[in-house]
Design a protein around this ligand. Sequence first.
Ligand code: CU
Length: 144
Amino acid sequence: MIFLLIGISPTFFSLPRSLSYTPQIINIETKKMNFSINSFTVDSSKPVEIHVVNNDIIRHNILIITPGTLEIVGKKADIMATTADGASKDWVPDTPEVLFHSPLIGIGEKYILKFIAPSKKGNYPFVCTFPTHWRTMNGVMIVQ
Ligand SMILES: [Cu+2]
């Protein structure tokens, strides 16, 4: 068995590595009602992991939404504040503008949001939709 492994070309081992899942990792902290970064850049159609650590004193979520829809989604989130099931939905509006989202992330907790970046290049807002937070708690994911 050992001889068999030695006999295999090095490309046999490097090939699976090149095909493996190698996400672009983005680290974001939530603190003082805001995200720690205003923007980040990812490559289109490639795997992304956003590592969110909530170091605030309240819970937050993070959504990636379609370009130019921050106000539309934000206002839908605010409306959820008046509905009975908003909290149980983690304040994530059930609307096609929402591409990817986390649940509410507890105080001191970490959540890894995994997705494949959109194939279409553009500026995709990221936002917390806990009611009222969206106005200040947002940034841009640049897909290049
Ligand atoms: Cu928030």
